[in-house]
Each structure stands twice: as structure tokens, then as C-alpha cells.
Design a protein around this ligand. Structure first.
Ligand code: GAL
Length: 427
């Protein structure tokens, strides 16, 4: 009996001591991170030209404001998070979250990590920084659930852009196509003059999915595009079948080695003038800028054919995971990331526009000026390829269907698999 009460007392004391330790480690004075060595572990997939530069600039900005807090850049290479998301999932499941991580606003955050109860609300941080006044409501909605706000957007990327090599266009006397029929005409012309019409790097399938989602957007418009992913419009819809047919034709005009290239290697074909066009999010703008290409001289851009007046939104956000030990430090980091200074350090290099509406635009250049205007005027729509329009499971199955379609080009099989993907996700 005596031995037992001594044991209970010992365990109680141990718990008190451990509790005290964990409280002190969440304070500002050098508390420990989830990886236990007192620094912010910043998890993303930004390793390519432009995106890595933006990330470095953001970290520099943070260090300037907080020289006492160490930041570890824990980026995992692979565009669109192909590898990073799997690593993250393992760590989250294993109870070892990074201090903060890149996640797309929309379903990737809300139907993923928030629904799994892995994130902490940031309403207090929004209030302290007056962020509800400076972030567009549409973005706040993409990171909110049941009156709680779960992440801070660092950027706005546009997913419906065609970039082109200005000299190749000039030499061939062509302008950016405004419909997919025009695209196919222009592609014929380019091919006969020995230029690859469209650069594609679908080593990881998502860039091919982006082309297809852009064709869908052109044929359905923003509202109906959205309805596809919650099951309100079926994939037997004539406009979807037509989109698959067009996609099949477009694939005839891509570089032969597309399946060996990543998005940045495909973007490079356009820089080099080997390919004329690239359908990509505007991190490709960051990539071209990182190569010292001059906007409107070396490369130009337009909305993808048929998508003028719409803006496919991709927003990279960062939040506060549960079960980390350095909450206060991470909040300091999020505060810088959401500040004018943080956003103005990051976005001009990243190729994106700031999520805030009140930053200093003097360093942003011509692409951003156009894009900020378009964001204000256009109908906004969330990207499927980047995880905002549907849960991860649907995105994964759609990617699988696209991967098979790129080689087999069977429209019936494709639309059936897409329907299966959405049905499985909405069950
Ligand atoms: C997207 C992300 C962008 C960019 C791109 C390529 O998913 O939102 O910020 O990094 O992947 O890696």
C-alpha cells in the first residue's frame, strides 16, 4: 500500500515537472520546436528558381526582425508538393509536425488538416494585425471554417496563364491565342516552322492536369467549373467531353520528352526559344525573372485561351499546427509572413502578387501590375490541380486519370475515371 502511494506521488510530481517544462518551452525565450532544438522548422516545397529566392528573402526579412530566432529551411523538392505532401502526411500522422508548413488555401487546408483537427485557429493573430481589413475576403474564406481562421496567405498565384517566348511569337507573326481553336491553329503554324508549340513537363503529372483544368475552365466558365468538383455537374456533360477531346489534340503539340521533365525544365524550353508557350501558374514568372529574362521583352503572357475574365486562384498559406512546442515563435514568423515587409520581400521574386491589398508595389514589375488588376476585376475560381477545389483524395485520382489519358488518349475511359474520382470524394 505504502509503495503504491509513493509511486502515485512520484508520477504526479513527474507530471507537474513535465508540465512546467512544456509551458516554459512555449514561451518566447528560445522555446523548443517540435524537432526539439529551439528553431522554427519551415516546411515547403520551394526549391526551384524564383520560388527558392522568394523563400530566402522571406527568411532574411524574418531574421532581420528576429535575429534571436533561428529558422531552418526544411524544403522538400518536387513541384506542387509532389514529394513534400507525402513527407508531411507521415510526420503529421506520427505526431511530429513541422513548426509551420506550406498548404494551399481551400480544401487542401480545410478538408485536410483542419478537418483532421491538426491546426489551431489564428483569430487572435488576425485581430492583433488587423488582417481582416487587408486580406481580400475571398482569401480569408479559403482559410476559414466555422468562424475560425486557420492560416495566413503569403501570396496569390494565378493558374490560368500562358507564357510565351516573345521572339518566337514575333518571328512567326503570331499573338497569344484567345480560344482553343486559335491555339490549335497557332500550334500547327509553329510546328511547321520547327518550334515545339507547347512546353510540358509532366514527370509529375500535375502540369498536364493544369492544361486540362484550363480547357475545362474555358468551356464551362468559373461557376460550372466549380460545380464539377462537388458533383453538381457530371463528367458526361457535353462541354467536359469536348474539353477532353481538345486536351487530346493539344497533347499532340508538346515536346517529346515531356514525361522526363519537371515544370521548371519545361519552362526552360520557352526561355531557350525551343518551345513557344508554357501553360503554368505564375511561379513560372518567378522562374523567368530568376533567369534575368525581361517581362514584355523576352517573354509575354496572357490568360489561357478562353479564360479571359476569370482568375484561377492558388494561394500558398502557412498555419499553426497543433502539438508543436514553440507556438509563440511560430506566431512571430506568421506575423512577419503576413506583414507588408514580409510579403514585399517574398512575392516580387516568387512571381506572385501579394495576398495583402495594401503593400508597396514599387518593386513588383509589369507582370504583377497586370495581375493585381485582373484579380480585382475577374471571376475568381479555385484550382483543382493545386488542391483548392476538392479534397486530396479527388485530386490524386484525377491526376491518375490524367496520367493514363496522356498516354492512352481514351476520352470515354477518361471521363468515366474522372466521374469515379469525384463520386469517391463526395460519397
Ligand atoms: C504550387 C505552389 C506554388 C509553386 C508551385 C510549383 O503548388 O502553390 O507556390 O511552388 O507549386 O512548385
Amino acid at each position: 500500500m505504502k509503495r503504491k502511494s509513493f509511486y502515485v506521488l512520484f508520477v504526479a510530481l513527474l507530471l507537474i515537472v513535465l508540465g512546467a517544462c512544456s509551458n516554459s518551452s512555449s514561451s518566447d525565450d528560445g522555446g523548443e520546436s517540435s524537432n526539439g532544438d529551439g528553431k522554427i522548422e519551415l516546411f515547403s516545397w520551394w526549391t526551384a528558381g524564383g520560388e527558392a529566392d522568394g523563400l530566402d528573402a522571406l527568411i532574411e526579412q524574418f531574421k532581420e526582425e528576429h535575429p534571436d530566432i533561428e529558422v531552418e529551411n526544411a524544403a522538400v523538392a518536387g513541384g506542387a508538393g509532389t514529394n513534400a505532401k507525402a513527407v508531411l502526411a507521415n510526420r503529421m500522422q506520427g505526431g511530429d509536425p513541422p513548426s509551420t508548413f506550406q498548404v494551399h488555401g481551400g480544401d487542401e487546408l480545410l478538408a485536410g488538416w483542419v478537418a483532421a483537427d491538426k491546426m489551431q485557429p489564428l483569430n487572435d493573430l488576425y485581430e492583433e494585425n488587423n488582417w481582416s481589413e487587408v486580406f481580400p475576403q475571398e482569401l480569408i474564406d479559403m482559410v476559414s471554417k466555422d468562424d475560425n481562421i486557420y492560416a495566413v496567405p503569403v501570396d496569390i498565384h494565378r493558374g490560368n496563364v500562358v507564357f510565351f517566348n516573345s521572339k518566337v511569337f514575333e518571328d512567326n507573326g503570331i499573338e497569344a491565342p484567345t480560344t482553343w481553336d486559335e491555339f490549335l491553329d497557332v500550334a500547327d503554324q509553329l510546328e511547321s516552322s520547327g518550334v515545339t508549340p507547347l512546353a510540358l513537363g509532366d514527370k509529375n503529372v500535375w502540369p498536364a492536369t493544369m492544361i486540362f483544368e484550363n480547357i475545362l475552365l474555358a468551356n464551362l466558365g468559373a461557376d460550372d467549373f466549380d460545380k464539377l468538383w462537388d458533383g453538381e455537374i457530371g463528367f458526361d456533360d457535353e462541354r467536359v467531353v469536348q474539353s477532353a477531346e481538345t486536351f487530346k489534340e493539344v497533347l499532340n503539340y508538346v515536346n517529346d520528352d515531356h514525361s522526363a521533365r519537371a515544370w521548371q525544365d519545361a519552362s526552360q524550353l520557352v526561355s531557350d526559344g525551343e518551345a513557344a508557350m508554357n501553360i503554368m501558374g505564375d511561379w513560372a514568372n518567378g522562374y523567368y525573372l530568376s533567369q534575368d529574362l525581361k517581362p514584355n521583352e523576352d517573354y509575354g503572357w496572357a490568360a489561357t485561351p478562353g479564360s479571359e475574365g476569370t482568375f484561377m486562384v492558388i494561394t500558398d498559406t502557412f498555419g499553426l499546427p497543433k502539438d508543436i512546442n514553440n507556438e509563440d515563435q511560430v506566431k512571430e514568423f506568421l506575423t512577419v509572413l503576413g506583414s507588408k515587409e514580409g510579403q514585399d520581400a517574398f512575392n516580387p521574386m516568387k512571381g506572385s502578387i501579394p495576398a495583402r491589398t495594401d503593400t508597396d508595389l514599387s518593386n513588383y514589375g509589369e507582370y504583377a501590375t497586370d495581375t493585381i488588376k485582373d484579380f480585382k476585376d475577374a471571376s475568381l475560381v479555385a484550382s483543382l490541380a493545386h488542391g483548392s477545389a476538392a479534397p486530396e483524395q479527388v485530386v490524386t485520382q484525377v491526376n491518375q486519370a490524367v496520367n493514363i489519358f496522356v498516354t492512352q488518349k481514351d476520352v470515354d475511359q477518361f471521363t468515366t475515371s474522372l466521374q469515379d474520382a469525384v463520386d469517391a470524394g463526395t460519397e
